[in-house]
Design a protein around this ligand. Structure first.
Ligand SMILES: Cc1cc2nc3c(=O)[nH]c(=O)nc-3n(C[C@H](O)[C@H](O)[C@H](O)COP(=O)(O)OP(=O)(O)OC[C@H]3O[C@@H](n4cnc5c(N)ncnc54)[C@H](O)[C@@H]3O)c2cc1C
Length: 401
């Protein structure tokens, strides 16, 4: 749940406050019954995410995933709205956050770079929760190293023929379409990449292979064998793929930080509650100085993460520039901090902290992947460090007589 103090920060307008309130209300009143039975098996997880997308859509809560002209709330994608939504959903349920986030991630390339026709045919369904999207960038041999993508799209008649394998794809097997990044023609490296909309029912597309992860989400592998799609399914121009992917991540990396923040706030609340009630050695756990130090460290990490996440989101929305450094910093700090906060919460719960189904145990599983996807922490450090050097060099050039 977004802290009331945080909503007083100058990063937000009245619309953001209303949105945060609407998400909190929905997560408190409507979400619990939707999650019942979700963790029973893999099929239940898939069914639950489909249900969550439908209900989020009916409640009007997916409208922040698309621009206003196509059923959204704001003229263009608003990073602060996406962050507030994800922080609140993350606090209540990792799976609800996943359902929301993947709708945004899977449609952002179209919102940002799509043709009018692509936007009209896909975005209203995303906002209504009647159409499910997915973002298919990673491959078995191209995760952190995006330039190593080997899926290929060759021109064939009035269209494209795609061959390759995509893996770790959120919503694989559930999505109605995939935004697939592939080398166009004989292209290679990051400059050869283009993005294509591949409907899930395309002949030659196999999206049935699932991957089980520690915090169950719909996730799997796509195999594209001679998949033909019409020419108009390419997003933007040939060679735009890397720019499309990175511009999408410029928005979504901050939102991953926001989810981590929501998970950390929940861990903090659970830890404080337990510390105040657990009796030992003639007092409660919260009375020990060491407990207060631990809670102090957790609180500082959470505040710092919130400031970095909303600084990045505000900069993106208000300045309208690329925010690669700010978004990478927000994601790196917030996810690493949340991992430590959640670990500390598990420790404060003692044995109960590792019992399957306890809120802190679930948080412990939920947080782990966030430090890997959309830029592993090591990759983000390299991006930030390189940007520091680049900025210094350009400052030196400007200062040169
Ligand atoms: C739950 C989940 C959901 C995902 N959803 C999607 C999705 O919807 N769409 C999609 O396209 N992808 C998705 N991914 C894939 C994700 O983006 C990749 O897992 C990620 O980019 C890392 O790639 P990799 O797994 O191949 O690891 P590798 O690239 O093999 O990296 C392994 C490790 O090497 C280290 N490393 C990497 N680069 C460097 C470096 N330069 N220097 C030093 N160390 C380095 C890091 O610690 C990294 O974790 C998802 C992954 C997970 C786990």
């Amino acid at each position: 749940m977004v802290s009331r103090d945080c909503l007083d920060w100058p990063f937000f307008d009245d619309g953001h406050l209303e949105l945060a309130h609407a998400f909190k209300q929905w997560a408190t009143d409507s979400l619990p019954p939707l999650l019942e039975g979700a963790e029973e098996d893999a099929d239940a997880v898939y069914l639950c995410v489909r249900r969550l997308v439908g209900e989020l859509g009916k409640a009007g809560l997916l409208r922040s995933c698309v621009p206003a002209a196509y059923g959204g709330t704001r003229e263009v994608l608003d990073t602060r709205s996406l962050c507030l939504a994800r922080e609140t959903l993350g606090y209540h349920s990792g799976l609800a956050d996943f359902a929301f986030a993947t709708q945004g991630l899977g449609s952002a390339p179209i919102s940002l770079f799509g043709s009018e026709e692509q936007k009209r045919s896909i975005l209203p369904g995303i906002a209504a929760g009647t159409r499910i999207g997915a973002f298919a960038l990673s491959e078995p041999d191209a995760g952190s190293d995006v330039a190593a993508i080997s899926t290929r799209a060759r021109q064939d008649g009035d269209g494209w023929r795609l061959n390759g394998v995509k893996t770790w794809i959120s919503n694989a097997g559930l999505a109605d379409y995939y935004v697939v990044f592939a080398q166009e023609g004989n292209g290679s490296g990051s400059r050869g990449l283009s993005a294509f909309i591949v409907p899930a029912n395309t002949a030659g597309l196999d999206d049935g292979e699932r991957i089980d992860v520690i915090a169950p989400h719909p996730l799997g592998t796509l195999r594209l064998t001679d998949c033909w799609i019409p020419a108009e399914n390419r997003i933007g121009f040939g060679g735009d793929g890397f720019r499309i992917a990175m511009s999408t991540l410029d928005i979504f990396r901050s939102t991953v930080g926001a989810t981590a923040l929501g998970l950390a706030r929940r861990a903090m609340d659970e830890a404080v509650g337990r510390s105040l009630e657990r009796r030992m050695f003639g007092q409660v756990l919260a009375d020990f100085q060491m407990t207060r130090c631990k809670l102090g460290d957790m609180a500082v990490s959470i505040d710092a993460a919130a400031l970095l996440v909303y600084r990045a989101a505000w900069t993106k929305d208000v300045r309208g520039t690329r925010v690669t450094r700010e978004a990478s910093t927000a994601k790196l700090f917030a996810t690493e901090a949340a991992q430590q906060v959640i670990d500390a919460a598990v420790q404060l719960f003692g044995g109960l902290g590792v019992v399957h189904g306890m809120p802190v145990e679930k948080l412990y599983r939920e947080i782990r992947a966030l430090r890997i996807y959309e830029g592993a922490s090591e990759v983000l450090k390299l991006i930030i460090g390189s940007k520091v050097i680049e900025d210094q060099r350009s400052a030196d050039r400007c200062a040169a007589p």
